[in-house]
Design a protein around this ligand. Structure first.
Ligand SMILES: Cc1ncc(COP(=O)(O)O)c(C=O)c1O
Length: 376
């Protein structure tokens, strides 16, 4: 059932950011169906709204985090330490000590330098640490540039060096090889290639392969005549149950699970200016915001009201004629909006939670005083 945006706007005003936990649950179960025996670790950085984190915990998801700030969130949400995968890069000794003491499921190490740091900390604390190694798979991705020379992961040529450091330290336990190949992938074969690169190093001697996140959302996969089930079939076929697989989806789980309700402020030529801008709908190259209007012959560009040329929500949308004051729903807004938002000129929208088909006000739109108090 389509939500009645008129009722929502009447009750709460605009702009609204609706977090649909029913949709999140449906999406999580679809991902689980594609990978029934795998660990699903939600990537906190994609959207760390507490209601989302709590819902995913209830569904049994692990947490994929990259900082001690996110580690603190897991503590507040009550996630088991044994369900936390700590990725990251450039972590300090202080961060490593704190995470080592918590006995997490795994601390995934990004470089030889990080490996040396965690190695000396484990000796100093005399504490066993379960680790993973993030590998730069150095593969050519379909539609994308190769990842070689990125800041992410241990190069394959350094793998033997990493193995030696681990072998010489009785406190380090290598349980995972990990690699994440970027976001918005619509190509199962990218994951098969990634899997093969890790398999070549792991040689059936390591329990877990972690293939990261990066799956495009179900609606974007559907636009490309695909589904997450195609990824499941391709990856599970390559694996043949040899390894336990881990995935770290962010965008797939949350992008489709949030939508915005906005109002048209102004129309000039074919530009429609909405009351929600790029400080929330961050204009990233890989954003997939979708304006929902009735199809028609008018071609519009939709933008926010920031004095910032990149503040464009979606261009070339064919619609029926629209008028100032009308409501516009924007779909696919859950990923990298809430987590990257800022207060350039405008406040956060009102946040509404939908659960069991009921709507609840979570937080009113910020006031200028609230924002001013936060910066002073
Ligand atoms: C290591 C790692 N895992 C998972 C993710 C989540 O990616 P996505 O939101 O594309 O699924 C990211 C995103 O940057 C990441 O860096």
């Amino acid at each position: 059932m389509r939500d009645n945006i008129k009722l929502l706007a009447k009750k709460y005003g605009t702009p609204l950011f609706v977090i649909d936990l029913d949709k999140l649950e449906e999406t999580f179960l679809k991902f689980k169906k594609a990978f029934p025996n795998s660990i699903i670790a939600y990537s906190y950085k994609t959207n760390f709204h507490p209601e989302i984190l709590k819902a995913l915990k209830r569904l049994g998801a692990f947490a994929e985090i990259i900082s001690n700030q996110e580690l603190y969130f897991t503590e507040k949400i009550g996630v088991d330490n044994n369900k936390i995968i700590f990725n990251g890069l450039g972590r300090t000794n202080k961060e490593f000590i704190e995470s080592t003491q918590k006995n997490l499921f795994s601390i995934n190490i990004n470089s030889i330098d990080e490996l040396e740091k965690i190695s000396s900390i484990s000796r100093r604390l005399r504490k066993v640490v379960k680790i993973g190694l993030r590998i730069d798979p150095e593969i050519n991705l379909h539609h994308k540039k190769s990842f070689s020379n990125s800041k992410f992961g241990i190069k394959r040529r350094d793998y033997k060096k990493a193995e030696k450091i681990i072998k010489n330290n009785r406190y380090l336990r290598l349980k995972i090889l990990h690699s994440h190949i970027g976001t918005n992938s619509i190509t199962p074969n990218n994951y098969v290639e990634n899997f093969k690169a890790l398999d070549n190093l792991a040689k059936n001697q390591i329990t877990y392969l972690d293939l990261g996140g990066g799956f495009a959302s179900e609606s974007i996969l559907n636009e490309n005549s695909k589904s997450i089930l195609d990824f499941g079939r391709a990856i599970n076929k390559a694996n043949k149950n040899r390894y336990n697989l881990i995935f770290e989806p962010g965008r797939y789980l949350i992008e489709d699970s949030c939508y915005c309700v906005t109002r048209i402020l102004s129309i000039y030529n074919n530009w429609i200016i909405l009351d929600l801008a790029g400080n929330f709908l961050i204009p990233l190259v890989n954003a997939n915001y979708r304006i929902k209007t009735k199809k028609g012959k008018y071609k519009y560009n939709f933008a926010g009201n920031l004095c910032f040329a990149a503040d464009i929500i979606q261009k070339k949308v064919y619609s029926v004629k629209l008028n100032e004051g009308e409501l516009i729903r924007i779909d696919n807004v859950g990923a990298y909006t809430f987590s990257l938002r800022n207060n350039m000129a405008f406040p956060d929208p009102t946040i509404i939670i939908k659960r069991n088909n009921k709507y609840k006000l979570y937080k009113q739109k910020q006031t200028p005083l609230e924002i001013f108090n936060n910066i002073t």
